[in-house]
Design a protein around this ligand. Structure first.
Ligand code: PLP
Length: 498
């Protein structure tokens, strides 16, 4: 039997408004200090696996705790064991920023807690998303034939783009699937470069196309897709009875930030009637710099393009935008409206749930809109331009240092390089293996200082150190310190090696 007696009010309800205000002020004060002095923390914590779990009780408290005790654990247990992505010497993977206006956007998003599944469930959020995407599209110099929507990550945006490309084949796959059909389907094929992000391959796994559906096209000496090879592969596959349907080009590849020749790739796609998706997850943001808009040359001809404001546009994780000229196809691929979600305004409004796998959607445009308003296009461009300047400066140091080698061109602010002390300059396998190991040790050595964090990749089968500049508070001093640390530790390792 349900309990009918009313519980005492003290055991119900949320934190009181007074307490919320008091703790809220404390938290904002703390965040303000954190952002001003992130460098008090090591970028990479000395934490060992299991440390954090061991410091916390194995079960939840039966009775609620005072918020001061909870926040204390955040400061004493959680923060010291985080890798600090908001640290100006975070140079690994792609450096990102949760800027102040973006953090406010996240806070308000949590406070409103709207679910943007339908226009009706979040009218302002739905329309603000349209406004924010339109503003950014104009900043990037993309034509108004592109509409779009926000997902969490580029991996998910690309998954949706390839699903739309498949839907565009009109093979009845949405209804009849790909297996157990009386008319067996040909092998469907997607093309991308050997430098493309693994999210393309994962999308094919998830869409049931399988990894064999992907053909990785070789790249040139600057790690850009070879468009002639692409066309050759498409013709070869078609002649062999396969069905090419989509090409994913990359503007800003993950390892070296190379830019595929999108105009030539668009020509190939048009000739063979293939969907062109552009992965500009990282570098798309650089097109807010007016003199760099040519990085998106040819992208107006793409069917879809993903760019991540959470990577290089100072918007807190997560926020990925899929722009597409084919919203109708995306909708055709995903719209499925059960009775309980039917509304009578579908002809007049955009319902986000019609354009993807998920029903519920976060109000992500708020933080992006706040970031764009607070910094303005010129402010955003100035900051990105400065990152590129710092990237070129670091590149010049590498080029001028006799014991160091640049391993790829630097179109933006990501530098791939390695330490090559003279006694190891032979180009045989033993020397390569030795340099790989030396550089790997160097990476671990500088990272373990906690003063900086870089990552690595492999280029032409050589271990490459990779330093990327993209945090809003990174200055020349930070990269000077990084360069000094690298040289000091390299000298030390080399000495031990002799
Ligand atoms: N595409 C490129 C070019 C990337 O560099 C990355 C991640 O670094 C991704 C896609 C995947 O991004 P996300 O983490 O948003 O899925």
């Amino acid at each position: 039997m349900p309990q009918l007696e009313e519980p005492t009010p003290a055991v119900l309800g949320d934190m009181s408004p007074e307490d919320f205000r008091r703790h809220g002020h404390e938290i904002i004060d703390w965040i303000s200090d954190y952002l001003a002095h992130t460098e008090r923390y090591p970028v990479l914590p000395p934490t060992q696996p299991g440390d954090v779990r061991a410091a916390l009780p194995p079960t939840a408290p039966a009775h609620g705790e005072d918020f001061a005790a909870i926040f204390s654990d955040v400061k004493d247990i959680i923060a010291p064991s985080l890798t600090h992505w908001n640290h100006p010497s975070f140079f690994a993977y792609f450096a990102i920023t949760a800027s102040a206006p973006g953090i406010f956007g996240e806070l308000l998003c949590a406070a409103f807690n709207v679910n943007q599944m339908l226009w009706r469930t979040a009218p302002a959020a739905t329309e603000l998303e349209g406004v924010a995407l339109d503003w950014l599209r104009q900043m990037l110099g993309l034509p108004d034939t592109f509409d779009g929507l926000i997902y969490d990550t580029a991996s998910v945006s690309t998954l949706h783009a390839i699903a739309a490309a498949r839907e565009n084949l009109n093979l009845d796959i949405r209804e009849r699937g790909m297996t157990g059909r009386s008319d067996s389907l040909p092998q469907l094929r997607v093309y991308t470069s050997e430098q493309a992000h693994s999210s393309v391959e994962k999308a094919l796994i998830l869409l049931g196309l399988g990894q064999h559906a992907l053909r990785k096209i070789p790249t040139d000496e600057a790690f850009r897709m070879d468009a002639a090879e692409l066309e050759r592969a498409i013709i070869e596959d078609t002649n062999a009875g396969a069905l090419p349907f989509c090409v994913v080009a990359t503007v800003g590849t993950t390892s070296t930030t190379s830019i595929d020749p999108v105009p030539a790739i668009a020509d190939v796609c048009e000739r063979h009637n293939l969907w062109l998706h552009v992965d500009a997850a990282y570098a798309g943001s650089a097109a807010v710099i007016p003199e760099m808009q040519s990085i998106l040359d040819g992208c107006a001809r793409a069917d879809s393009l993903v760019t991540n404001p959470h990577k290089w546009l100072f918007t807190p994780f997560d926020c990925s935008i899929l722009y597409t000229r084919r919203m109708d196809v995306l909708r055709q691929a995903f719209s499925l409206i059960p009775e309980y979600l039917k509304t009578d305004d579908t002809q007049r409004v955009m319902n986000g749930m019609d354009y993807g796998v998920q029903l519920g959607r976060r109000f992500r445009s708020l933080k992006l809109w706040m970031v764009m308003r607070y910094f303005g296009q010129e402010g955003l461009a100035a900051r990105l331009r400065d990152h590129n300047r710092l990237g070129q400066l670091f590149t010049s140091w590498i080029k001028d240092a006799p014991d160091w080698e640049l391993l790829a061109p630097v179109p933006f602010s990501t530098i791939c390089f390695r330490f090559t002390p003279r006694q190891h300059d032979a180009d045989d396998d033993i020397a390569t293996a030795h340099l790989d190991s030396l550089n790997e040790q160097l990476m671990h050595a500088v990272n373990s200082t906690g003063a900086m964090f870089i990552s690595h990749t492999r280029l032409h089968d050589r271990f490459a150190l990779r330093l990327t500049i993209g945090h809003i508070r990174t200055t020349e001093t930070h990269i000077e310190q990084a360069w000094q640390l690298l040289r000091d530790h390299a000298a030390h390792l080399n000495q031990a090696d002799m």
